[in-house]
Design a protein around this ligand. Structure first.
Ligand SMILES: C[C@H](O)[C@H](O)[C@H]1CNC2=NC(N)=NC(=O)C2=N1
Length: 100
């Protein structure tokens, strides 16, 4: 199941496919700091991600300061990481490919 908590080995395997994401919160979340050239790019990234998040019904925890966007992903209902978090991470990486 896509919303089922992944075990440590599965998390490690999925994480190894990504760049710039690290485990936080005792392994229950992944995070990444995106840095863009300016606020316009950062907010454009967030807009793209928001639409993608709605499509898969999975939402990031994030904050924005000027040209930086700090993202944490976890699945609240599973109290940990699921396949959905890694799907969203891939979508965010695609949306953020023009990061500075
Ligand atoms: C009803 C709806 O499917 C749920 O509330 C979804 C929405 N987005 C979500 N996003 C995240 N990150 N975790 C969830 O458990 C979650 N649940």
């Amino acid at each position: 199941m896509i919303r089922q908590k992944l075990d440590d080995a599965a998390v490690a395997a999925r994480l190894a496919e990504l760049q710039g994401w690290t485990l936080v919160k005792d392994g229950s979340a992944i995070e990444k700091h995106f840095v863009f050239n300016d606020f316009r790019q950062a907010f454009g990234f967030m807009t793209q991600c928001a639409l993608a998040a709605e499509k898969i019904d999975h939402h990031p925890e994030w904050s924005n300061v000027y040209r930086k966007v700090h993202v944490q992903l976890t699945t609240h209902s599973a109290h940990g990481l699921t396949e959905l978090d890694f799907q969203l991470a891939v979508l965010m990486d695609m949306a953020g490919r023009d990061a500075a």
